[in-house]
Design a protein around this ligand. Structure first.
Ligand code: ASP
Length: 439
C-alpha cells in the first residue's frame, strides 16, 4: 500500500511543526511519498517564505540590493534545521540562489526555492530520498502542465524509490526553466504524484480538520463534512469554499484515488474524504453551503420571446462579444435573465446593453447590481423531497427575499440569488434548517 502525503505551509512553518509532521509520517509506513510546501506563517502577522521570495526577487529584478532580504529567508530555514538538530547546511544552495537572482532567473524560479529547500530539509529529517520536482514534473512550451510526459517520467522515477520527498508547486519547461503552478499549487503536485504511483490515498495535511459545511466566518463552529464527492466539492469550491487548489482534483479523479483532508495539529481527527462516488449518505440532506457576493443581473424582456428561435443565442452573443462569461441564465416566458460578475461587467455595461439592443431587439432591459449567489450542494437532495421547499420557507422566515432560483439538472445543487446584504442571513437560515433543527 502507498500513501502520498502533502503538507501545507502552516504544517511546515517551524521546527515544532516539522516534528509533528515527522511523527505523522513515521506513524504509518505506507506514507511513502511526501510533498512539502514552503514554510508558511508561524503566527497571524507572519510572512510566508513564498511571499518573502517574491519580494526579494522583485528587488533583484530591479537591480537593487537584496542581501538582507535573502538572509532573512535563509534564517527561516536555519531555525528549522537547528530546531530539528540536523547536520545540514544550505550555504551552497543559497550561494546558487543568490547568483541566479542576480542573473534574473525569473520570479517562478524564485518562488519555487521555497518548496525546493523545504524538500531538502524534509528528506534529510526523514531519511527519504530527495527528488527535485524539476526533473519529474513538466510543462509544455505553452506553459501548460504536460500530464502525459510527467506521468511517464515520474512513475518510472518513483518506482525506483521506496520513500521519497518531492517538493510541491513547481516543475520545468522544455528548456529546463523553472515554472510554478498558481498559488497553492503544492496541492496539485500531491495529486500528480498520487496518480503517478497509483497511491491508495492522497492525504492532504493542512491546519483545519477538513471541509466545513459552511464558512466559519458566517456560521460559528460549523460542523465538518465527513465524505464529499469530487462533483460536490467542485460545486462548492467554485462558489468560494477554499481548502484545496481547484486543479488538485483532476489527476486523482482520473484514477479514482480518494483525497483525505487532515489536520496536522489534530492528527486523530478523521478529516474529510473526497471520493468519486459513495453509497455513504451524508449526515444531512445537504453536504455544504457556499456562496459569493458581487453579481449583477441583466433582465431582458421581449414579448413573444419564447417563440423566437435564436433569441437566447443573440442575448449571450452580446456578452461573448465583450468577453464576459455568464454564471446563470434563468428564463421565463417573455424574459431572460443573465447573471454576471459585477466587477467584470461594470465597465462594459453600456457596450453590452448596446449589443443587446442591436442583436436581440428587446422591449426592455433592467439591470440590478449588488447580488449574491448561494449554492446549496448535496448528493442527498436527489432522493429527498421538499428540499427546495425547506430552503425557501427558511429564507422567508428570515425575511430574505429570493431573487433567483436555479436547480441544476443533476439535482446536486440549488443556486439562490439574494441581495448582497441578505447573504449572511440567508446562509445562516439554510444552515439552521438543515443542520441545527434538521427539519
Ligand atoms: N508555497 C506556495 C504558495 O504559497 C505553494 C503552496 O503552498 O502550495 O502559494
Amino acid at each position: 500500500m502507498s500513501k502520498v502525503v502533502k503538507f501545507g505551509g502552516s504544517s511546515l512553518a517551524s521546527a515544532e511543526q516539522f516534528k509533528k509532521v515527522g511523527d505523522i509520517i513515521r506513524s504509518d509506513a505506507d506514507r511513502r511519498y511526501v510533498v512539502p510546501s514552503a514554510p508558511g506563517k508561524r503566527f497571524k502577522e507572519d510572512t510566508k517564505v513564498t511571499d518573502m521570495l517574491y519580494a526579494c526577487y522583485d528587488l533583484a529584478k530591479e537591480g537593487r540590493g537584496f542581501k538582507k532580504e535573502l538572509e532573512a529567508i535563509k534564517k527561516r530555514y536555519e531555525e528549522i534545521i537547528a530546531g530539528l538538530g540536523l547536520k545540514l547546511t544550505l550555504d551552497e544552495e543559497f550561494a546558487v540562489i543568490e547568483k541566479n537572482f542576480r542573473e534574473k532567473a525569473g520570479s517562478n524560479y524564485a518562488a519555487s526555492r521555497g518548496e525546493y529547500l523545504n524538500g531538502i530539509i524534509m528528506a534529510a529529517y526523514l531519511g527519504y530520498e530527495f527528488v527535485d520536482a524539476a526533473t519529474v514534473i513538466f510543462f509544455d512550451e505553452n506553459g501548460d502542465f504536460d500530464a502525459r510526459r510527467t506521468n511517464d517520467i515520474l512513475s518510472e522515477r518513483l518506482s525506483q524509490s521506496r520513500k521519497a520527498v518531492i517538493p510541491g508547486f513547481y516543475g520545468a519547461l522544455p528548456d529546463k526553466t523553472i515554472k510554478t503552478f498558481s498559488r497553492g499549487g503544492s496541492d496539485v503536485t500531491g495529486s500528480i504524484v498520487a496518480k503517478a504511483v497509483k497511491a491508495d490515498v492522497y492525504e492532504n495535511w493542512t491546519d483545519v480538520s477538513g471541509f466545513l459545511i459552511a464558512d466559519p466566518r458566517i456560521i460559528k463552529n460549523p460542523e465538518g463534512i465527513e465524505v464529499i464527492t469530487y462533483r460536490e466539492l467542485r460545486e462548492l469550491s467554485y462558489m468560494g469554499a477554499t481548502v484545496l487548489h481547484e486543479d488538485a482534483i483532476f489527476p486523482v479523479r482520473q484514477e479514482g484515488i480518494p483525497i483525505n483532508i487532515r489536520n496536522t495539529n489534530a492528527p486523530d481527527d478523521d478529516g474529510t474524504w473526497i471520493v468519486g462516488s459513495t453509497c455513504q449518505k451524508s449526515k444531512y440532506v445537504i453536504t455544504g453551503i457556499a456562496g459569493k457576493k458581487g453579481f449583477c443581473s441583466i433582465n431582458i424582456e421581449k414579448d413573444m420571446m419564447n417563440s423566437e428561435i435564436g433569441f437566447g443565442r443573440k442575448v449571450l452573443q452580446a456578452f461573448e462579444e465583450n468577453g464576459i462569461s455568464f454564471e446563470h441564465v434563468p428564463s421565463g416566458i417573455d424574459t431572460m435573465t443573465v447573471f454576471v460578475h459585477q466587477d467584470e461587467f461594470m465597465h462594459k455595461e453600456q457596450k453590452v446593453v448596446a449589443g443587446l439592443h442591436r442583436l436581440a431587439q428587446p422591449d426592455s432591459i433592467d439591470i440590478e447590481a449588488d447580488l449574491a449567489l448561494i449554492a446549496v450542494v448535496g448528493r442527498g437532495m436527489k432522493a429527498t423531497r421538499g428540499t427546495a421547499g425547506r430552503i425557501f420557507s427558511a429564507l422567508a422566515h428570515s425575511n430574505v427575499n429570493v431573487k433567483m432560483i436555479d436547480q441544476g439538472s443533476s439535482e446536486l445543487n440549488i443556486i439562490i440569488g439574494v441581495a448582497n446584504e441578505d447573504f449572511e442571513a440567508a446562509i445562516k437560515a439554510i444552515y439552521d434548517i438543515f443542520v441545527i433543527t434538521k427539519l
